[in-house]
Ligand binder design. Structure first.
Ligand SMILES: Nc1ncnc2c1ncn2[C@@H]1O[C@H](COP(=O)(O)OP(=O)(O)OP(=O)(O)O)[C@@H](O)[C@H]1O
Length: 347
């Protein structure tokens, strides 16, 4: 188990924390947050490259807050691989095993094979592509048999196809790994692909943490909702006619939602365009015009003429015959009212 308690780190005017987090062995915690949220600072503090002002870092029950980085048994992979430039691929991967007298370690060959870099074993880092370098960096980190693994946006410098391929290799590897892992990223798809648990970090504060599925489907924080693909519709208002957002009436069933005052969010990919029989539980159902169709891929964006406007993400084949007045339904599970007070950070 890797845990941080009451951790507070300061750099210039930027303050990270105080925050609490824990990751069990075999689990992957993804810290998702925008650029400048403090993700690297968090990993640097856990790895021992930065000294916290307050709080502690524990690994398997041991307080390692004051240990130098090289004694923490924590593997770190950075965005830019940071390989030893004068060593071959094999010697980079074999660096830690060699230090421990395990130069002929069959594990090195296994790692080269696992990351598909056996054929690159004699090559120098400068001759490798970005994706190949990251494969070497991951293999090198695992070769040290770390007690925990920290991944600082290791895929973000790669282009899309390479990133997706390596993301799958990483997912497989992390699945088999029996140590706690923390992966930080600003990329939602990457986070959802890799995370067992998610922690949303914004401006140095943790907003919401929990199992991936829970945060994705039940965000209770506006920053979390936005980062996980929910779109803001507007403030909920209540009058004699019931609950509204702008001109749009919300089904009273939404009253069962966690909050009835606050900002209404919805998931554009769950908006249904079609007849009233399309969905049995509707939080919002309205007839309106299609204002614009934007043929983005993989899903097209259909901008609807409601007030406030609703965007639907739809399959291109569902665009056929779309025009004039349409019936729009937002299912109950795809619309949430998020309370204003939940915009304060929570851990
Ligand atoms: N030594 C420093 N002095 C002053 N400010 C710093 C220092 N190091 C980092 N910061 C600031 O702390 C904030 C968090 O930086 P950090 O690199 O952790 O963000 P991040 O979430 O990893 O961002 P990115 O996704 O862009 O890498 C930034 O605003 C950064 O400018």
């Amino acid at each position: 188990m890797l845990a941080v308690s009451d951790l507070l780190t300061q750099a210039g005017s930027f303050r990270l924390g105080p925050l609490n987090l824990s990751v069990r062995a075999g689990r992957v915690l993804v810290v998702l947050g925008p650029s400048g949220a403090g993700k690297s600072m968090l990993l640097d503090t856990i790895a021992g490259f930065r000294t916290p002002r307050r709080g502690n870092v524990q690994l398997n029950g041991l307080d390692i807050t004051r240990l130098p980085a090289d004694q923490r048994r924590i593997g770190v992979v950075f965005q830019d691989a940071a390989l030893f430039p004068h060593l071959s691929v094999r010697d980079n991967v074999g660096f830690a095993p060699t230090l421990h007298g395990r130069r002929r370690d069959p594990e090195i060959d296994e790692l080269l094979a696992r990351f598909g870099i056996t054929h690159l074993a004699r090559r120098a880092p400068r001759s490798l592509s970005g994706g190949e370098r990251q494969r070497v960096a991951l293999a090198r980190a695992l070769a040290a048999r770390p007690a925990a693994l920290l991944l600082d946006e290791p895929l973000s410098a790669l282009d899309q196809p390479v990133r997706e391929e390596l993301r799958d290799v990483l997912r497989e590897t992390l699945n088999e790994l029996a140590v706690p892992a923390i992966h930080v990223t600003h990329d939602r798809d990457e986070a959802l692909r890799l995370a067992d648990d998610l922690a949303i970090l914004d401006a140095g504060s943790l907003r919401q943490t929990g199992p991936t599925d829970q945060l994705t489907h039940q965000p209770i924080d506006t920053v979390t909702a936005r980062l996980l693909g929910w779109t803001e519709l507007g403030p909920a208002t209540r009058d004699a006619d019931g609950l509204h957002v702008g001109d749009l009436p919300l089904d009273p069933a939404i009253l069962a939602a966690p909050a009835t005052q606050g900002t209404v969010f919805y998931r554009p990919e769950e908006v249904l365009i079609g007849g009233p029989d399309r969905h049995p539980s509707a939080a919002l159902r309205v007839r309106t015009k299609v204002a614009e169709v934007v043929p983005t891929v993989p899903l097209a964006r259909v901008l609807l003429g409601t007030a406030p406007p609703i965007t639907a993400l739809v399959l291109h084949r569902d665009l056929e015959g779309l025009g004039g007045e349409v019936e729009v339904t937002v299912p109950l599970h795809a619309l949430r009212v998020i309370a204003p007070d939940s915009s304060s950070p929570r851990a």
